[in-house]
Design a protein around this ligand. Structure first.
Ligand SMILES: CC(C)(COP(=O)(O)OP(=O)(O)OC[C@H]1O[C@@H](n2cnc3c(N)ncnc32)[C@H](O)[C@@H]1OP(=O)(O)O)[C@@H](O)C(=O)NCCC(=O)NCCS
Length: 162
């Protein structure tokens, strides 16, 4: 089958395994971050049709723990594109598979850049918002971008001191 439309959204679903437990018996934060990276990568690669690398992970918030044995859903949605970069909003939800209730456990924005074989940034297809929700998500990405400028300036000053 030939895929003609770029894929804007992807959801990964699986069970949280005992091997992923931290010292408190819940899923490791690092494991959740790996899931976020995998879902974001799948989304960015699906959109661009290219290999992509993570350039920035921002604003990751762990709202609630993921329990071992939970059904986990990691939803990644493209919300903004630049010339070579893709801003992906990732939401993690989890819940006991015996129930229908899934609670939101983690949210984050992750940015990928499509690259060529030599790791150089490559242009991608622009994402055009179709709905009011898309417009709001694009504005959210742009607002975060502008807020990040101040953070990066501060980090730059800090790194310059090393
Ligand atoms: C990603 C990488 C190829 C970009 O190279 P670069 O020379 O910095 O590229 P550019 O300055 O041309 O920027 C490329 C895009 O990244 C964006 N970008 C650059 N710095 C950024 C930052 N701090 N935060 C968010 N986006 C950023 C630019 O705006 C540009 O997007 P646009 O084309 O949509 O406007 C390079 O930084 C890299 O290889 N980083 C390591 C990636 C990696 O190893 N990730 C972990 C494993 S996947």
């Amino acid at each position: 089958m030939t895929v003609t439309t770029p894929q804007r959204e992807v959801t990964l679903r699986f069970l949280a395994e005992p091997s992923e437990a931290n010292f408190g018996g819940k899923v490791h934060g690092g494991t959740v971050m790996k899931w976020i990276d995998h879902a974001g990568y799948t989304c960015a690669t699906g959109w661009s049709g290219r290999y992509c690398v993570t350039i920035y992970v921002g604003g990751i918030r762990f709202y609630q723990p993921v329990h071992i044995g939970d059904l986990v859903e990691v939803q990644a949605r493209l919300i903004y594109t630049g010339k070579t970069s893709m801003h992906v909003a990732v939401d993690v939800r989890s819940g006991d598979p015996k129930d229908r209730f899934m609670r939101k456990t983690t949210h984050c924005i992750i940015i990928f850049v499509a690259v060529d074989r030599d790791g150089r940034p490559m242009p991608i297809s622009p994402f055009k918002p179709q709905t009011e929700e898309d417009e709001a998500l694009q504005e959210y990405a742009q607002k975060l971008m502008s807020l990040r400028k101040g953070i990066e300036e501060e980090m730059g000053r800090h790194l310059a001191e090393d």
